[in-house]
Design a protein around this ligand. Structure first.
Ligand code: XUL
Length: 543
């Protein structure tokens, strides 16, 4: 067999897309997963005709209703393809595509839409051809919280929130897709009846590349409140409550997250000169894709410190949780992932920084470093906005004797109480969601505050585990590109595919007595949270 000359040798490229709330982005990587090109389309500024703010439209009569015009996403893809061309991307070298999108949002395809997708004219823009393909012109997105009544119905239909969580991995949440579908079926019945298929935002974007309605992947399907995590099938009772007999058909059968779905639509071959052999790998939600992008394996826990703090972790087994979410694992179909979201992240940290340190992180870090681990037995929990887990708002301070106090004796005690309190609560929740802490536990810190060494040291101590950081940002988009290569090369394992990438960097290790100090404080937190929560009645509609 002749070896191809250098000119003939094809250098394979992979394309990863990310349809998030405010923008659509793409990355092209080479076979070593090195970034070659990126491009993006900002919804508010690049597509002002849709009049979105932060990529969404808040309903004027009911602020709980938050949507995005579906056609905006289609038009954004037309623009993104142009921008990738301008960057010099050689589409013909792309061998596989995958993608990710904001979770939970839904797209309602009008009758006949799949046929339109199959017969796209390469001389026309997508958004011209798909203009009448949606039975609801606005897609509900994850920021919508208007479906409380449907959430309660879902829970009641199976025997309560715990039972729903046992089946689907989460109790009912307004933003999850099942209650959103139930709302359309009940309140917009004509549109529902005229709907041929329902996609998640991820599988919708995938459909545009596949030229037919793409299946929903297991990981993103776990954010719907309708898939049985055990059997990975839609649950019959829940199908019935949400839509009725035909909902199963409208959703199609879910698939493993790294499924190779086949060849790209001829539209891209003719219009953008993609190879006709380019494969489309199932698209997934942004949190599962982030897990892939961070290459989070067994024993790893990712803590993202941003506007809202988010924890993602690898789970070998699933347990039933009433707080937090269990999803199917996007890179290993036999495993699971845990997701914990907190509303009080950096804004709450900044509030205490402003109050105690004149807005200076330098002073904040100095105060943090000048107090001992364990904070003389003082503990504080600060919820500037209504927290989901625990369901509390306000500031709660406790002294060594466990008495509630209005103020601490010094600013440094307040600063340490905030940071320790945030991590102590997270450690309790991580334990509750079934994560096994042992000597192999490692933490990957990401997000804005992951640059703050003093905060990371407290993280290492409270979790009694080493803390690492990684250079990469845009982990969801990169995860999609890695998944493109992974899906194409199955059965090779995901971590084998991505081992060419640099290892995360160790930044902090826990002191040897950390567990002795913090394990009892985690127990104290559990009791405090339980007592405080019994004093409030949750109004889940705000979540
Ligand atoms: C997770 C969630 C958000 C969206 C937005 O449950 O609602 O993280 O995925 O990107």
């Amino acid at each position: 067999m002749e070896t191809p000359s250098e000119d003939e040798a094809v250098v394979p490229l992979y394309l990863g897309l990310d349809l998030s709330t405010q923008q659509l982005k793409a990355v092209v990587v080479d076979d070593e997963l090195k970034i070659l090109h990126t491009a993006s389309v900002q919804f508010d500024s690049d597509l002002p005709e849709f009049r979105t703010h932060g990529g969404v439209v808040q309903n004027k009569l009911n602020s709980l209703v938050v949507t995005t015009p579906t056609l905006l996403w289609v038009k954004a893809l037309d623009m993104l393809m142009d921008r990738l061309t301008v960057c010099g991307v050689e589409f013909s070298k792309i061998v596989a595509i995958s993608g990710t999108a904001q979770q939970h949002g839904s797209v309602f395809w009008y009758k006949g839409a799949e046929e339109t997708l199959q017969k796209l004219d390469p001389s026309e823009f997508l958004h011209h051809q798909l203009a009448s393909c949606f039975s609801t012109s606005n897609s509900p997105v994850w920021m919508d919280s208007s479906t409380t009544v449907f959430c309660r119905q879902l829970e009641e239909s199976v025997g309560g929130p715990k039972k729903l969580s046992e089946i689907t991995g989460s109790r009912a949440y307004e933003r999850f897709t099942a209650s959103q579908i139930a709302k359309v079926a009940k309140l917009n019945t004509d549109a529902y009846n005229n709907t041929e298929r329902i996609s998640l935002v991820s599988s919708f974007l995938c459909s545009l590349f596949l030229g037919k309605i793409a299946p929903i992947d297991y990981a993103d399907a776990s954010g719907m409140n309708i898939m049985d995590l055990q059997t990975k099938q839609w649950n019959e009772k829940l199908l019935k409550v949400c839509g009725g007999a035909d909902l199963e058909e409208k959703l199609g059968k879910p698939v493993v997250s790294y499924t190779n779905l086949g060849d790209i639509s001829p539209y891209y071959v003719d219009r953008w000169e993609f190879s006709k052999d380019c494969k489309v790998i199932a698209f997934t939600g942004d949190n599962p894709a982030s897990m892939a992008g961070m290459r989070l394996g067994k024993g790893w826990l990712a803590i993202s410190l941003g506007t809202s703090d988010t924890l993602i972790l690898w789970l070998n087994e699933r347990i039933v949780v009433t707080e937090g979410h269990i999803f199917c694992n996007p890179v290993d179909e036999d495993a699971y992932m845990g997701l914990l979201c907190y509303k009080n992240g950096s804004l709450t940290r900044e509030k205490i920084r402003d109050k105690c340190c004149d807005g200076s992180w330098e002073i904040f870090n100095h105060l943090l470093d000048s107090t001992p681990r364990g904070n003389f037995g003082n503990m504080g929990f600060y919820f500037a906005t209504q927290e989901i887990n625990p369901y509390l708002q306000g500031d709660y301070r406790f002294n060594k004797a466990g008495e509630k106090v209005l103020k601490f004796t010094s600013l440094e005690v307040e600063v340490r109480a905030l940071i320790e309190g945030q991590f102590i609560a997270k450690r309790a929740h991580v334990e509750d969601i079934g994560f096994d802490f042992d000597e192999n536990t490692k933490i990957l810190a990401t997000g804005g505050a992951s640059k703050n060494h003093a905060i990371l040291q407290v993280m290492a101590d409270v979790f009694n585990a080493p803390v690492y950081i990684q250079e990469t940002s845009d982990s969801a988009m990169l995860g999609a590109a890695f998944q493109a290569k992974h899906g194409l090369h199955r059965p090779t394992d995901f971590f084998e595919i991505t081992k060419c990438l640099p290892e995360p960097k160790l930044v902090c290790e826990p002191y040897t007595d950390s567990n002795e100090i913090y394990a009892p404080m985690v127990e104290r937190y559990r009791k405090i949270a339980e007592e405080l929560e019994t004093l409030v009645t949750p109004n889940y509609a705000t979540q």
